[in-house]
Design a protein around this ligand. Structure first.
Ligand code: BJW
Ligand code: ZN
Length: 260
């Protein structure tokens, strides 16, 4: 993939870098994206109708099984060259990450924000990852009586486990439609979007809010916005550069050009 020289120069001259990733980032690791690739018995279900508290309340076993199926996919997956390129870039940039809203005022930083729930950025070696939509490999009480705990990808047809403290169902520690995102994570990401020089949107449909609003915020505040996606999205026409291609190819090329 050809990366425009102007794009490279823009990033090289930038001190505050925000990268936001979505499901397309992990597609080349074999993790099905959220809207595509529902295979086997899951083909007949609309993922947007499984990822809600209402669906879980109505049929906890069905929703839990869908997550177990996805946990298995994630357990088999390895980070791809795109994940590794972002981890290399963070290391090579030698810039700190953001741990609070106040940090966004600092002169230079590099921050990765993901909508993904698969933990592959961390596995690839990214040091400071903000997870906006939780983590598939953790579970928590549906009544929220306790902290989330790690969960193994086990079993097939079982109902969800029971909370050891209050006996309600355990649920995946993810953010479903209609639920609030983790407050601190969203606040840091929103402030970062308002203060970054460069914003990269990678492998996301740009359809799901409030994550999709981050690129809009960055554009409104004058950042250069770069999109990497195999397909056009609602962001494409507004982005400063829209690179059409797989993240696993575009990112290693981009990061090699930045660190040469
Ligand atoms: C590649 C590739 C390759 C493929 N390389 N690219 C404003 C307007 C309209 C609606 C709303 C609004 N604000 C809120 C809403 C409602 C709703 C919403 O956004 N709905 C839209 C569908 C319209 N949002 C919410 O409900 C949010 N909550 C909320 O707003 O709460 C308010 C509240 C406040 C206070 C108290 C209480 C409530 C919550 C949203 C949570 C989203 N959760 C999910 C599920 C997580 C768990 C799970 O995984 O099961 O997060 S939904 C799903 O979408 C998942 C993803 O993280 C997220 C984004 O998906 P993404 O990454 O875009 O994936 P795909 O599959 O859609 O697209 C993949 C892309 O990759 C495509 O573009 C491909 O082309 C590309 N691609 N291969 C590069 N190799
Ligand atoms: Zn409980």
């Amino acid at each position: 993939m050809q990366i425009p020289e102007k794009l490279i120069a823009t990033i090289t001259g930038s001190r505050r870098i925000l990268v936001v990733t979505g499901a397309g980032m992990s597609a080349e690791s074999g993790v099905p994206t959220f809207r595509d690739a529902q295979t086997g018995m899951w083909e007949k279900y609309d993922p947007a109708e499984l990822a809600t508290p209402e669906a879980f309340r109505k049929n906890p076993t069905l929703v839990w099984q869908w997550y177990q199926w996805r946990r298995h996919k994630v357990a088999e997956a390895l980070p791809n060259p795109g994940h590794r390129a972002l981890a290399d870039w963070e290391r090579a940039s030698d810039k700190p990450g953001l741990h609070s809203v106040a940090d966004t005022q600092q002169d230079a930083w590099f921050q990765l924000v993901t909508q993904n729930v698969d933990g592959l950025h961390q596995q690839a070696g990214s040091r400071n990852v903000i997870e906006l939509h939780g983590n598939l490999l953790e579970a928590r009480c549906f009544s929220d009586c306790h902290e989330a705990t790690a969960i193994a990808a086990s079993g097939g047809d079982e109902p969800p486990p029971r909370c050891p403290h209050c006996d309600d169902w355990m649920r995946p520690n993810v953010v479903w439609f209609g639920e609030a995102l983790p407050q601190a994570a969203l606040e840091i990401a929103s402030h970062a979007a308002a203060h970054c020089d460069v914003f990269l949107s990678i492998g996301t449909s740009s359809l799901v809010y409030p994550a999709a609003a981050l690129a809009e915020t960055a554009l409104r505040h004058g950042a250069a916005v770069i999109e990497v996606n195999t397909r056009e999205t609602p962001l494409s026409e507004h982005a400063t550069w829209s690179l059409r291609g797989p993240a696993g190819e575009a990112l290693p090329t981009l990061v090699a050009a930045l660190t040469r």
